[in-house]
Design a protein around this ligand. Structure first.
Ligand SMILES: Cc1cc2nc3c(=O)[nH]c(=O)nc-3n(C[C@H](O)[C@H](O)[C@H](O)COP(=O)(O)OP(=O)(O)OC[C@H]3O[C@@H](n4cnc5c(N)ncnc54)[C@H](O)[C@@H]3O)c2cc1C
Length: 496
C-alpha cells in the first residue's frame, strides 16, 4: 500500500531538535502543515531521552572544555560566552511556552542545581583561577564563586572531598545559576502540544528510507509497519534524525553534503543505587578531560532528576562503536562511507588514531578501572553501590578541509542546501541546551524572506525578548530576562 500526500514542512526524527523547530514554525505561522516521521514508537527515545544525555543546561559555568587556555597562557572565553547566551535564549523560549500555557510545565523539566568545576594539582588550580578571573570580565558569569579552601569546598561537595588526599591543592568554582534539564520530558511535552494543533501529524514507526528532489519538491519516502509505504512531497525538509541524520543527508544528494562523514562514539554512565549517597550530593561537578581524550569525555558527577526521583550519575565512559544510533545497526558506519567522503574520513581517521585507541581502551575497561575513574571524584565510592547504564550515541562530524584534507569536529553543524529547501543537523555538542538558537539560525538560512517580515520579527521578539541582542554585551537586559525565566520556570536562585 502506498500513500502519497503533501505538507509544507517535513521533520525527520522526533527528538528535541525537530520538536523545537516544529514549535517555532507553528508559532510563526499557525496554518503551516507539518508531517513528522519517527522510526521508533515514541518521541525522544534516542539522545534526547533523560538517561541518554547528562541533562546539563550547558551555560559554560562548569564545562572547562569551553574555556581553553591559549598559547600565551590567557583564557579564551569566547565560546563560553556564546554558549551561555544560547542557553538564555533557550530558557526564554521555554518560559514563553509555559507562560502562555502553550505547553504545561513538564515534570522534572528544569531544576536549579549548582554547576561546579573541580580540579586538583598546582597546574590545574592555577588554570581554574585564571579561568575564573577571565569569566568575571563578563556579567553572564556574575555570581560565580572561586575557592581553594578545602573546608568551603567540602561544604559545597562533601562526597568529592571526603577522604581525599590532603596534601594536594584543590580548587573549585560554583555557580548557583546552573540547571539540570530533562530534555526527554520537554521534547515529549512539545510533541504532545504540536500534535493537538491543526495540520500537524506525527507518525511513529515510520522510518525515512529515501529523500529525492523533483523540481521544486522533495519526495520523502517512508516505510511503516508491514508494507505500509508513504511518500510525502514537501518544499522544506529538516533532517533532525540525530545519529541518523548523516546517512539521510548523503541520500539527499545536495552538493553541500559532499565530503561529510561521521565518527560514532557510544557512552555509558555509572548510576548510584544507594539512596543515602544520592541525597548527599547536590551539584553538577565537572572536571578536566584526561590528556588525549575527546572533549565529550569530560568526567562529571551529576545530580539529576528523572521521573520525579533524585539521581546521581558519573561518567561518561566513552566507547568505540560502529552504530550511529542506540537503536541503530552495526553496519551504520560502513554504509555511510561514500566516494565523496572516503578521503576526508580516512585522513581524519589517520589524524585521530590516539582517539580511536582511547575509545577502544574505554570499551575494554574493567569494572574496577571504571571505579578508579569514579574514585577521582568520590574517593569513598564502592563498586556495589553503582550500576552501569547505557547512554546515547553521538556521531561526530568529519568534513573536508583545504589544508588537512579531512578533519574531525566535536560541535554541532547545520548543513543546508543553497536554496534553503533542506537542512540537516549534524554533531551533538553543546546540543540540546542550544536547540533554540540552532533552530533560529536554521530559520534564517531556510526561510530568509519570512524571517525578514515584520510579523515574524515581532513574534520572535515576543517569544525571545533578547533576540538579536548579544546578552554578553547587555547586563540590563540579561538581568531582566533572567528574572523572568527564573520566575516562570520555577528556578530557585536569586539574580544579583
Ligand atoms: C552521552 C551524551 C550526553 C549528552 N549530554 C548533554 C547535556 O548534558 N546537555 C545537552 O544540552 N546536550 C547533551 N547531549 C546532546 C543532546 O543529547 C543532543 O544534542 C540532542 O538530544 C540531539 O537531539 P536530536 O533531536 O538532534 O536527536 P535525537 O534525540 O537523537 O532524535 C533523533 C530522532 O530521529 C529518529 N530517527 C533517526 N533516523 C530516522 C529515520 N531514518 N527516519 C525516522 N526517524 C529517524 C531517532 O529514532 C530519534 O528519535 C548529550 C548527548 C549524549 C549522547
Amino acid at each position: 500500500m502506498q500513500n502519497i500526500s503533501k505538507a509544507d514542512v517535513v521533520l525527520i526524527g522526533a527528538g528535541i531538535m525537530s520538536a523545537t523547530l516544529g514549535m517555532l514554525l507553528k508559532q510563526l505561522n499557525p496554518s503551516i502543515s507539518i508531517e513528522i516521521f519517527e522510526r521508533l514508537d515514541s518521541a525522544a527515545a534516542e539522545s534526547s531521552d533523560a538517561w541518554n544525555n547528562a541533562g546539563t543546561g550547558h551555560s559554560a559555568f562548569c564545562e572547562l572544555n569551553y574555556t581553553p587556555e591559549k598559547k600565551d597562557g590567557t583564557i579564551d572565553i569566547s565560546k563560553a560566552v556564546k554558549i551561555a547566551e544560547s542557553f538564555e535564549v533557550s530558557k526564554q523560549f521555554w518560559a514563553y511556552l509555559v507562560d502562555n500555557k502553550i505547553i504545561r510545565q513538564p515534570d522534572d523539566f528544569i531544576r536549579s542545581i549548582p554547576h561546579i568545576s573541580f580540579v586538583w594539582g598546582d597546574k590545574n588550580t592555577q588554570y581554574l583561577r585564571k579561568r575564573y578571573d577571565a569569566l568575571q570580565q563578563c556579567h553572564l558569569f556574575k555570581g560565580m564563586q572561586f575557592s581553594t579552601d578545602k573546608n568551603e569546598i567540602a561544604e559545597w561537595i562533601p562526597l568529592v572531598m571526603q577522604d581525599r588526599n590532603n596534601d594536594e591543592p584543590v580548587a573549585a568554582t560554583k555557580m548557583d545559576l546552573g540547571t539540570d534539564v530533562n530534555f526527554g520530558s520537554l521534547t515529549r511535552c512539545m510533541f504532545d502540544c504540536l500534535t493537538q494543533l491543526p495540520n500537524v501529524h506525527l507518525r511513529y514507526e515510520h522510518e525515512v528510507s529515501d529523500i529525492e528532489q523533483h523540481d521544486d519538491h522533495w519526495h520523502i519516502h517512508t516505510k511503516g509497519h508491514g508494507d505500509n509505504k508513504r511518500i510525502v512531497l514537501s518544499r522544506f525538509v529538516f533532517i533532525g534524525a540525530g545519529g541518523g541524520s548523516l546517512p539521510l543527508l548523503l541520500k539527499s544528494g545536495i552538493p553541500e553534503a559532499e565530503g561529510y562523514g561521521g565518527f560514532p562514539v557510544s557512552g555509558q554512565w555509572l548510576r548510584c543505587k544507594y539512596e543515602a549517597i544520592v541525597q548527599r550530593h547536590h551539584a553538577k561537578v565537572y572536571g578536566l578531560a584526561k590528556a588525549g581524550s575527546p572533549p565529550m569525555s569530560v568526567p562529571h558527577l551529576d545530580t539529576r532528576w528523572i521521573k520525579g526521583k533524585q539521581e546521581l550519575l558519573f561518567g561518561p565512559y566513552a566507547g568505540f562503536t560502529t552504530k550511529f544510533l542506540k537503536h541503530g545497526s552495526s553496519f551504520d558506519l560502513f554504509k555511510s562511507v561514500k566516494f565523496s567522503n572516503i578521503k576526508p574520513m580516512v585522513i581524519a581517521g589517520m589524524h585521530n588514531i590516539p582517539l580511536t585507541k582511547y575509545l577502544i581502551e574505554q570499551v575494554m575497561q574493567t569494572p574496577e578501572e571504571r571505579l578508579d575513574a569514579l574514585k577521582e571524584y568520590y574517593p569513598d565510592a564502592k563498586k556495589e553501590d553503582w550500576e552501569l547504564v547505557v547512554a546515547g550515541y553521538r556521531v561526530q562530524v568529519i568534513k573536508k578541509d583545504e589544508e588537512e584534507g579531512g578533519i574531525l569536529e566535536f560541535g554541532t553543524e547545520v548543513v543546508s542546501a543553497k536554496d534553503g529547501s533542506i537542512a540537516a543537523l549534524l554533531g551533538a555538542s553543546p546540543g540540546a541546551s542550544t536547540a533554540v538558537s540552532i533552530m533560529l539560525d536554521l530559520l534564517k538560512k531556510c526561510f530568509p524572506e519570512q524571517m525578514q517580515t515584520t510579523a515574524w520579527q515581532q513574534k520572535i521578539k515576543q517569544m525571545i525578548p533578547s533576540y538579536g541582542v548579544p546578552l554578553g554585551d547587555n547586563a540590563v537586559l540579561l538581568k531582566k530576562v533572567r528574572n523572568h525565566t527564573t520566575r516562570v520556570l520555577g528556578l530557585n536562585y536569586s539574580i544579583a
